[in-house]
Design a protein around this ligand. Structure first.
Ligand code: SF4
Length: 971
């Protein structure tokens, strides 16, 4: 216990309990900063800095600097933020536990006690990212998808079970329970935590704070909990007792007034805010919502808004704590003791209640009248590209013909009435498989029908008999015939914690489905419909309200409790549909209630992806196309042939409110959030190994000991200049972490696919990259392997290819790697060839490099390919820090300079001079470029090592060796 500022005070924790807290009002009384005017989010971080101030890890100066936070000019200082807990999902959590296991192995090899590697704060891992939509439109879809999930992920789950018994502070929530952020909101978050220090006679209370390894960790900001997404590497450091360091942020105050209008959903609101804040450039900043409008929003709406902070670019989208926050804890079954402690704690800290205009100093002030928000969708490629609902059809038509370089699809003379008939003969789609025949024939169509130009894709032969699951899928896959063309909706997914945690939009989807069924409407069999709630609470209220049966009748059967389409696990389309998309180069569409729609994220064959509210997902599934104005055009004909419009189906606010009465019953939460393992017998059937050290199994293709600690020594090496490097890739703007390290399907012809085949694994058992993140051998091969990534070194191509310049070419500059003509090959193969000659590699990129999910493999894979530096026009926050965390140098071009403006084509040699042990954060170094004809140019570039601690990380070769050396030194 430390009390450097003598601020430890008693307070009434409720129910006759006395508690202690580190008092911010007591700090303010010492005239250390105008604390009561600080944004609430900053005050919560300040409490952590104050409580953990020990003079070493956290210094007095850190407290004083943050307490004196200046809204208009925040100090250029890093804040050592010790969080109270960590949350993980399985895609990022497995590699993190693999790293901990590898650290234990390394410590054991050094002859030391492996148990020094142990999480020092509570860690919760929710297995939610692995379920894929293989089965849908069936009452058995949930059960069959779970079967597939367990079959595919058995090795990973065995490993996690080992982790559960090896690490004391690690809680695992098995598959089939829910999505990490929804589980966090509904169950894990406590609002305020407590511990029992040996020197106090009562408990010490402190705010619930966390970091998580999914960028949408910010969803919990809706409950007034400070937390955000970090890379697995930073989370690992946090678990091992390191503070999470971040630069003192600006805080944008978004003042909300007014009320949402009838017909406008929380999803419309978050899409509006995403567009508004993207334009305000809030990257690296906190956003704090306040005012009467914010106070009027229930916590699920606030959580929806917090969820999408990565999409608007902010570190957090925070709502201060008020009565609404406490009521939510109560409504979700948290104990009365917990609720009272939460309320009393924040009252005692004078942080309770939604601030009003003028009460707090913000860096930037923005106003939003909630009444201005309109029904919208966002897409087709970026979440910030909001489109008012009536304009979607027009926008889609324009984008179809717009040149690719301007963000369009480059189609010429499109006739949107042209459709292709696809027979759905019940054959089972299989991963990576396409229909093999292409017979065309005319179909008779009613005059005036939109479908007046028809071709037919004939039946695909039925799949191998005798396979139980495929046989099931033959029963389940829709029979019949569909028509596909540009703009056809082929995936309609009610997915993602962004919306499934919000009863108002889920119930609205159910009510819309009810009205549609009552009018005799149906969804075309070509649309892959799915419903994947973020917790079983949703199913409980959809059943209680009787709405699930209407969703079922439209094909929105429950497919699983997990991320599904939101993470790209939308599963295969019918092979004949995939074939038609391929053969006719169709720009087909998905509609989903998710938060991201980057190219190839939702499905490799779907190019136009629109984010929208769950009721709109159902409406577009009924309409079957996105080139429609739903405010004016009929979406279908009812059973009497009468046109049905969206306004005929849309539920009123009072209908939603009435149905919601039963949505948040505390008893339901208490019943469903306990004894997780017992609620999933499949989990209990997974065998688990025991022991402190993991016994690595060379036969496993899911779990493999990573090479990060091979040849580990206690002495870090010196920082040296990089000489004679080659470009592995030159990329344009907005390269996402999914481009760098895809999470979805593994192509058979990709380096990872070939590797798996060489290990005797059939393509249908490849599973996804996300599920193989415990295996560096697959993930390194998968780095830069996204099928849509465009390496400008090989113009006109897509996918992970590059030019290798190490083979000898008289006109190339001399280098240690020899000379030779360039040959085109996969990025992985080129990297391995360069490794043979110890040639350093660099990546050149445009703006917003590494945007998207917090994906540590995007940095780990880069490192394992041998990339020493990335030089980009700008970076997204987490990926930049992950690069440093893996010992890869991020450098930034001066404004206006890019690889293109320098005329680079990748044939050059690169050196980075000015690097030494005495480098400083943000300093300038020099990029020296030598062209084929031996001409040199020097470009000043900025080190994007932003903080002093990052210099240490870089010098040690990354955070993990740094932390390991610290732990070993402490012993
Ligand atoms: S549903 Fe989407 S946002 Fe939520 S945890 Fe899963 S992948 Fe992340």
């Amino acid at each position: 216990m430390h009390d450097e500022f003598k601020t430890l005070r008693k307070f009434d924790a409720g129910k006759g309990r006395e508690g202690f807290l580190y008092s911010l009002p007591a700090l303010e009384e010492q005239r250390i900063g105008n604390i009561s005017r600080l944004p609430v989010s900053i005050r919560i971080v300040l409490e952590s800095v104050l409580r953990n101030c020990d003079g070493k890890k956290v210094r007095r100066k850190d407290v004083e600097t943050l307490a004196n936070w200046n809204a208009k000019a925040p100090a250029n200082a890093e804040i050592p933020f010790v969080v109270a807990r960590i949350v993980l999902q399985d895609f990022t959590g497995v590699p993190l536990i693999v790293d901990l296991a590898a650290m234990r192995s390394a410590v054991a090899r050094l002859g030391r006690d492996p148990k020094i590697i142990e999480p020092l704060v509570p860690v919760d891992l929710v297995v939610d990212h692995s379920v894929q939509v293989d089965f849908f439109r069936s009452p058995r879809a949930l059960e069959l998808n779970l079967d597939m999930e367990f079959k595919r992920n058995r090795e990973r789950y065995q490993f996690l079970k080992w982790g559960q018994q090896a690490f004391k502070t690690f809680q695992l929530i098995p598959p089939g329970i829910g999505i990490v952020h929804q589980v966090n909101l509904e169950y894990l978050a406590k609002g305020v935590l407590s511990s029992q220090p040996s020197t106090l006679n009562s408990q010490l209370f402190f705010p619930d704070t966390l970091v998580g390894t999914d960028s949408h960790t910010t969803m919990i900001n809706g409950l007034g909990v400070v937390g955000w997404g970090v890379g697995g590497i930073e989370a690992e450091a946090g678990m091992l007792g390191q503070p999470v360091y971040f630069l003192t942020p600006e805080v944008v105050g978004l003042h909300m007034s007014g009320q949402l209008r009838e017909g406008v959903t929380a999803t419309d609101l978050v899409l509006h805010i995403t567009q508004l804040l993207r334009a305000q450039k809030v990257v690296g900043k906190f956003v704090e919502f306040y005012g009467e409008g914010a106070a009027s929003l229930p916590v699920p709406d606030r959580a929806t808004i917090g969820n999408m902070s990565p999409e608007y670019g902010a570190t957090m989208g925070f709502f201060p704590i008020d009565q609404e926050s406490v009521d939510y804890l109560r409504a979700t079954g948290r104990s009365e003791e917990q609720c009272l402690a939460f309320e009393n704690y924040f009252c005692a800290q004078r942080m309770f209640g939604m601030p009003l205009r003028g009460e707090i100093d913000y860096s930037v002030d923005i106003d939003l009248d909630l009444a201005d928000v309109q029904p919208s969708v966002a897409g087709p490629k970026r979440p910030q590209d909001r489109i008012n609902l009536p304009e979607l059809g027009k926008t889609f038509r324009e984008l179809l013909e717009k040149p690719v370089r301007d963000g369009g699809y480059g189609k010429q003379n499109v006739d949107l009435r042209e459709k292709h008939v696809v027979e759905l003969n019940g054959s089972a789609p299989r991963n990576g498989e396409m229909a093999s025949t292409d017979k065309k024939e005319d179909q008779g169509i009613n005059p005036g029908d939109e479908l007046n130009k028809i071709e037919m894709v004939a039946n695909r032969p039925t799949p191998d008999p005798g396979k139980e699951i495929e046989a099931e899928s033959r029963e389940i896959f829709a029979q019949g015939r569909t028509h596909v063309g540009h703009g056809s909706v082929l995936i309609a997914a009610i997915t993602s914690c962004t919306n499934t945690s919000n009863p108002s939009v889920m119930i609205a989807a159910g009510l819309l489905a009810k009205k549609a069924v009552e009018r005799g409407l149906h969804v075309d069999p070509g649309v892959k419909t799915s419903l994947a709630p973020g917790s079983r609470v949703v199913s409980d209220y959809l059943e209680k309200t009787g709405l699930q049966k209407y969703l079922d009748q439209l094909g929105f059967n429950l497919v699983g409790y997990g991320c599904t389409t939101c993470i790209g696990n939308s599963g295969p389309l019918h092979p004949n549909i995939e074939k038609a998309i391929h053969d006719y180069d169709l720009v087909a569409a998905s509609v989903l209630s998710g938060n991201r729609n980057f190219e190839a994220r939702v499905h490799q064959h779907i190019k136009a992806n629109f984010l929208m509210s769950p009721p709109l997902v159902v409406a577009f599934a009924l309409a079957g196309r996105v080139h429609i104005d739903l405010s004016r055009d009929a979406l279908a004909r009812d059973k009497d042939g009468k046109e049905t419009f969206l306004r005929d189906l849309w539920p009123t606010l009072s209908e939603i409110r009435d149905a919601m009465q039963s949505a948040l019953a505390p008893e339901t939460f208490r019943k469903l959030y306990r004894n997780f393992a017992d609620q999933n017998p499949k989990w209990n059937d997974i065998p688990s190994s025991a022991g402190d050290i993991y016994q690595w199994d060379e036969k496993s293709d899911y779990i493999h000991e990573p090479p990060f600690f091979q040849n580990f020594s206690m002495e870090p090496s010196h920082i040296a200049e990089i000489r004679g490097a080659r470009a592995l890739g030159i990329f344009g703007d907005s390269i996402t972490t999914d481009h760098i390290s895809p999470a979805g399907a593994i192509k058979e012809t990709s380096p990872a696919g070939k590797y798996l085949v060489s290990r005797g694994i059939q393509p249908r058992d490849f599973n996804s990259y996300g599920s193989r993140r415990g295996n560096d051998l697959v993930m390194t091969r998968g780095t830069f392997a996204n099928v849509r990534i465009k390496n400008l070194m090989v113009p006109g191509t897509e996918g992970g290819v590059t030019k290798y310049y190490g083979g000898g070419d008289d006109s190339s500059p001399k280098g240690q790697h020899g000379e030779g003509a360039a040959s085109t090959m996969s990025i992985f193969d080129a990297a391995m060839k360069y490794a043979e000659t110890n040639t350093a590699l660099v990546i050149l990129a445009g703006h917003e490099y590494g945007s998207g999910s917090s994906r540590d493999w995007a940095a780990k894979g880069t490192r394992l390919l041998g990339v020493k530096a990335v030089i980009a026009a700008s970076y997204e926050r987490i990926h930049r820090s992950n690069l440093v965390g893996m010992g890869v140098l991020p450098l930034q071009f001066p404004d206006g300079t890019t690889a293109q403006s320098l005329g680079l084509d990748g044939s050059e040699e690169f050196s980075i001079t000015g690097l030494s042990d005495s480098i400083k954060p943000g300093q300038e170094v020099t990029l020296v470029i030598e062209s084929r004809n031996r001409e040199q140019q020097s470009v000043p570039v900025r080190l994007r090592i932003d903080t002093p601690i990052e210099i240490d990380y870089y010098r040690h070769g990354g955070i993990l060796p740094f932390v390991l050396r610290q732990l070993l030194l402490r012993q």
